[in-house]
Design a protein around this ligand. Structure first.
Ligand code: PLP
Length: 405
């Protein structure tokens, strides 16, 4: 008889978003007085850049002709040179030197953040920020590295509280972790780490031979100087860090699916090159991203495609500004939204996350994300996203202002 991976049975019921969906559908069925505005899930709404569409159309036509048809990609692990070189050059423009064979293209940062666990032994101690993007936690739980789920926490994880008091950036923990997830700009708090903050963790990881898994899916939203777009801007990172990036939020590829992971050759643990291990893993378990999508991603990094995509990013950041201004004006305490598309809002009057979520849904017909769903330190907050339309964002803010008057 087959035995299943028992770690799955330890996972608490459902991912956060199904529960939000359930409550929203139930509310919708009760004939709410106003249209519901969704500011919960972090999906984009702006269409793809014209340069990206043009590249996709051209690539689609190539696929329809025998002379230009492409099957399996035989270049590095299913990633065409044209895209890896474009990614390398984009890093160079940002002042970071990455070799093209340190870049691995995939169908998403979510997949890579989860799959990277294949490289690490089950006994490693994992540290996550609290609150945190749930994928880091659940994938480690599935692999058996998280221990048991008790009283809202995993027994083997090191939780790094990110609170208003520490500026939503974690202090070094007492128990030394082997694997450290850092996400900057952060989902859900919207906080972005500066050079010195990242340097503290890079030095710590090198000292303890830990590995930092750095998620910079939102780097395109950084507006302030002094905030690194890549962990590899930080001296010493090449010997301790892996970076995940995505076209999802920078270029609206949430439906297209394309991302990449960078593993420097200097990253050696237990005498093994993590870059070589990932190369082996990708060659074994992955056959690459669709040719049309790789051409689309290349176009997104072209000067024209990037400028067009950044227009969308600026559109979202303007929504974030509108949200910050309105909520602050309504007497709420808000964080984020300057270098990130997320606004982390303190629930008023000591309300809990789900309580404030329900109030905003019931009385203003607005869907948010309860902070408690991202970890214990998220209790008392809700996350709003700036990915909606400008019109809906303004309408939602008018409703909240009226509600809290
Ligand atoms: N990392 C973070 C922090 C995210 O918030 C998200 C998506 O919301 C992802 C990764 C996933 O990106 P992708 O669409 O490339 O899988």
């Amino acid at each position: 008889m087959v035995h299943v991976n028992k770690n799955f049975q330890k996972l608490p019921g459902g991912y956060l978003f199904p529960e939000i969906g359930r409550r929203t559908r139930a509310f919708e069925a009760s004939h709410p007085p106003m249209p519901i505005i969704r500011m919960g899930i972090g999906d984009v709404t702006r269409p793809l850049a014209p340069a990206v569409i043009e590249a996709m159309q051209k690539a689609t036509e190539e696929m329809g002709r025998a002379e230009t048809f492409r099957g399996y990609c035989e270049e590095t692990n299913g990633a065409y040179d044209f895209l890896r070189f474009a990614i390398r050059d984009a890093y160079r423009r940002g002042g970071v030197d990455i070799a093209d064979d340190e870049i691995f293209v995939s169908d998403g940062a979510k997949s890579d953040c989860g799959n990277i666990g294949d490289l690490f032994d089950v006994d490693n101690v994992v540290a996550v920020c609290d609150p945190v993007y749930p994928v880091y936690v659940d994938t480690n739980a599935m692999a058996g590295r998280a221990g048991d789920y008790e009283d809202g926490k995993w027994t083997n994880l090191v939780y790094l509280p990110c609170t208003a008091e520490n500026g939503f950036f974690p202090a070094l923990p007492e128990r030394v972790p082997d694997i450290i997830y850092i996400c900057s700009p952060n989902n859900p708090t919207g906080a972005a780490a500066d050079y010195d903050q990242l340097k503290t963790w890079v030095d710590y990881a090198n000292e303890h031979q830990s590995v930092i898994l750095f998620d910079s899916a939102y780097e395109a939203f950084i507006t302030e100087p002094g905030i690194p777009h890549s962990i590899f801007e930080v001296e010493g990172a090449r010997t301790c860090a892996i970076e995940f990036r995505s076209f999802s939020k920078s270029s609206g590829f949430t439906g297209n699916r394309c991302a990449y992971t960078v593993i420097p050759k200097e990253l050696i643990r237990d005498g093994a090159s993590l870059r070589d291990m990932w190369n082996r893993r990708m060659g074994t378990k992955f056959n690459g991203v669709a040719y049309v999508i790789q051409r689309a991603a290349e176009a997104a990094l072209s000067p024209e495609g990037w400028e067009q995509s950044m227009e969308n990013v600026r559109y979202y950041l303007n929504n974030a500004r509108v949200i910050r201004k309105a909520l602050t004006g309504a007497g709420l305490t808000v964080y984020g939204g300057v270098n990130a598309p997320y606004i982390w809002c303190r629930a008023p009057g000591g309300m809990g996350s789900w309580e404030f979520f329900d109030k905003l849904l019931r009385d203003a017909c607005i869907v948010t994300t309860p902070g408690a769903g991202f970890g214990p330190s998220g209790e008392g907050y809700v996350r709003l996203t700036a990915f909606g339309t400008y019109e809906n964002t303004c309408e939602a803010m008018e409703r909240i202002k009226k509600l809290l008057k």
